[in-house]
Design a protein around this ligand. Sequence first.
Ligand code: HEM
Length: 221
Amino acid sequence: MVRTLTLLDTTIGKKAVMAITGLVLYGFVIVHMLGNLQVFLGPAQLNKYAETLKGTPPVLWGARGVLLASVALHVWSAVSLIGGTSEARKVDYKIRKYGATNGAALSMRYGGFALLAFILFHLAHFTAPGLGLGIYKHSHTDVYANVVSSFSTWWVVAIYLVAQVFLGLHLYHGSWSLLQTLGLSHPRYNRVRNLLPQALGIGVAGGNILIALSVFAGVVR
Ligand code: HEM
């Protein structure tokens, strides 16, 4: 029997899923970074913030559910779009020349999987199952102490720094192509289309790097 094609079977449907879930995750990384910057305001402020977030379990678990579903759907759409591209070209190119667009696409693919690996590391490190991967003594209430003791270890800082480079590039290329898809590839909007993705990528990655390095340098302790 011939199956009817649904919107999710089409490239446009998968791209829409990727764009919507990408926007959800974008919002999360911006809010998460801004929230974490409260480490500069001292332990009482950061711990109060963390306590507030965990204060209403239905809201916390609802938000976690949305995040988890967004990551899963974002990865699913990426994998099936990549699969669709190679399916369409059964015989590989003899010579591959990577121009700017292909370079960006490759960085989205490999950088995306590197980010997924980082998120799993980050969750095991700061959240579940509350053991801090054995790197530091995890506390369920003192998030400030968790952050400070984590970023006192050089290789943990190194992992975070490398991940932020991937994150910054992913946010930059992702928002650039989203704005392009939305039709902003007009000379009148070119400045915004280039500057906004750069500002967001550098802003989020830079804020996170600032936290890790400030702890490592002893500015935050
Ligand atoms: C220097 C950078 C970062 C710091 C200091 C940081 C800190 C933290 C901390 C302390 C927690 C646990 C909060 C708690 O126990 O209440 C957490 C959770 C989390 N972080 Fe980060 N984070 C950073 C970057 C990132 C990035 C770049 C991502 C995503 C790409 C991310 C995704 C998450 C997620 C998904 C959670 C789980 C949230 C939950 O428990 O529901 N974090 N982070």
